[in-house]
Design a protein around this ligand. Structure first.
Ligand code: SF4
Length: 118
C-alpha cells in the first residue's frame, strides 16, 4: 500500500472517529458508538472511486460482517474498532479477525466477485 493511500485511510478513520464522538477512545469500548447514517454517508462520499471496491464486493463484505460475532452495535468491528461500512468500502482493507476461517469470508468475497465477472 502506498504511503498516500495509508494517509488517506488514516484520515478517513479519523473522520469516522470524529463522527462517533471521540478521537481518543476505542469505539469498541464505549457505549456511544452509534454513528448516524448521515455521518456514514458523508464519510463514504469522501472515498475516491479508485480507492473503493465494487458494489458487489462491498455487499459481500458487509454480509460477512453482518453475520460475524465480532460486530458490535451493528456498526463496529471489535478487532480493529473500525466502522465496517467504511472498512468494507476500502480496497486496501482486510478482515482483522484472528481466525483464518473468518478472515476467509472476505477473501471468498473477492473470489466470488472474480467468478461473477467470468
Ligand atoms: S472481524 Fe471481519 S467479518 Fe467480523 S466484523 Fe470485523 S471485519 Fe467484519
Amino acid at each position: 500500500m502506498s504511503e498516500s493511500m495509508q494517509t488517506r485511510d488514516r484520515n478517513i478513520a479519523r473522520e469516522a472517529d470524529r463522527a462517533a464522538g471521540s478521537e481518543s477512545l476505542c469505539k469498541g469500548c464505549r457505549e456511544s458508538v452509534a454513528v448516524p447514517e448521515s455521518h456514514l454517508a458523508r464519510i463514504l462520499a469522501k472515498i475516491r472511486p479508485e480507492d473503493s471496491v465494487s458494489e458487489f464486493l462491498y455487499e459481500q463484505r458487509l454480509s460477512a460482517c453482518g453475520s460475524c460475532e465480532s460486530l458490535s452495535y451493528g456498526t463496529t468491528c471489535m478487532h480493529c474498532g473500525c466502522l465496517v461500512a467504511i472498512r468494507a468500502r476500502l480496497k486496501t482493507s482486510h478482515c482483522p479477525h484472528p481466525s483464518a476461517g473468518k478472515r476467509a469470508s472476505w477473501v471468498l468475497a473477492v473470489q466470488a466477485e472474480a467468478h461473477a465477472q467470468i
